[in-house]
Design a protein around this ligand. Structure first.
Ligand code: PHE
Length: 342
């Protein structure tokens, strides 16, 4: 009897020490311990030879090892087959959890609307780098070194490279396009620009522009006016009036700034329009012949117009935003007001 007990203890230890690493090893274990000719079967068969007074103790031991052997078998089997089916069912017809949608930034909405309006007139989008060289930002645009108009644009220069700067306007993209493409050219250039200005409600060190350029035969100032008038009506509504004031830009001649009637007071005067009833929204003009020449475009054959507007300003007038800093403070209470399409 003593010997048998030792044998059972040895089997127990064996069961505890094995860990089948695959279906085959598991099956070998099953056959060895749980099979019809397995160890457990033969142990149970030994019951009949056990003296009556030890039958109970022996029976308990056998049941213990049987449970151990079967329990280990089941848990190995499950871990080899993957996670057990818990009986929990997923109802695939239930609606999903709603994902809170963010809103689009008012500058993006306004930029896209501007691009869309000019897109309908046949202008296609052109883009260029924000780190620009002197030629594309200034010299090619008829702004040679020491030209006083360079002072109008408080430029950020890049220390490590004397020729590089952060573009002060997207007119640099016009230069890049004229360099590669010949008329007809009809492009709109949206993008971020940088100027070294003190940040306040009315100025920021970076902002966004969309500039347009149209070069072809027989392009006139009348085309410029009509194009911009169409834009204003689409952007702000049919009742808005425009006016042009003579101005100066080195890359256009003649040049003009365009105002629209103040949407906030309707023209009667308020602090947004500085009590004039008019708000300036863009600069424009006929492309300077010198600029066309710079890119090998014959100014006797081709003429063109160009314009540039600040997206923040258009957005400010459209949505009545009184502080430029709101655009870049990322305050969700401000930003979430612009979910609707423009
Ligand atoms: N580049 C000018 C600016 O940034 C705007 C402009 C563009 C004016 C094209 C005339 C023609 O102020």
């Amino acid at each position: 009897m003593e010997q048998l007990l030792q044998q059972i203890e040895a089997y127990k230890q064996e069961i505890l020490s094995i860990a089948p690493d695959g279906a085959e090893a598991l099956e070998a274990y099953r056959i060895k311990f749980l099979g019809t000719k397995g160890i457990l079967k033969s142990l149970f068969a030994g019951m009949k030879d056990t003296p009556a007074d030890q039958k109970k103790e022996f029976g308990l031991l056998l049941n213990e090892i049987k449970q151990l052997a079967e329990g280990r078998y089941e848990s190995w089997k499950q871990s080899l087959e993957g996670s057990p089916d818990t009986g929990e069912k997923i109802d695939l017809t239930l609606p999903g959890d709603p994902l809170p949608l963010g809103s689009r930034h008012p500058i993006s909405l306004t930029r896209d609307k501007i691009v869309h309006i000019f897109g309908r007139l046949g202008f296609s989008v052109a883009e260029g780098p924000e780190i620009e060289d002197d030629w594309h930002n200034f010299t090619a645009l008829n702004l040679p070194e020491n030209h006083p108009a360079r002072d109008m644009q408080d430029t950020f220069y890049i220390h490590q490279h004397p020729d590089w700067l952060l573009r002060t306007h997207t007119s640099s993209v016009q230069a890049r396009v004229m360099e590669k493409q010949k008329p007809p050219i009809r492009i709109i250039c949206p993008g971020r620009v940088y100027r070294n200005e003190t940040i306040s409600a009315r100025a920021h060190c970076f902002f966004h522009q969309t500039e347009g350029l149209y070069v072809d035969e027989n392009v006139s100032f009348a085309d410029l006016k009509q194009t911009l008038y169409f834009f204003v009506q689409e952007m702000f509504g049919k009742d808005v009036k425009i006016r042009f004031r003579p101005s100066y830009f080195p890359f256009t001649e003649p040049s003009a700034e365009m105002d629209i009637t103040c949407l906030i007071c309707g023209g009667s005067g308020c602090n947004i329009c500085k009590h004039t009833g008019w708000v300036e929204i863009l600069g424009s003009g006929m492309v300077h012949p010198k600029m066309l020449e710079n890119f090998g475009i014959d100014p006797n054959k081709y003429t063109g117009f160009a314009f540039g507007m600040g997206v923040e300003r258009i957005c400010q007038v459209k949505y009545r935003i009184n502080d430029l800093r709101l655009y870049s403070q990322n305050d969700v209470r401000f930003l979430s007001q612009f979910t609707a399409a423009t």
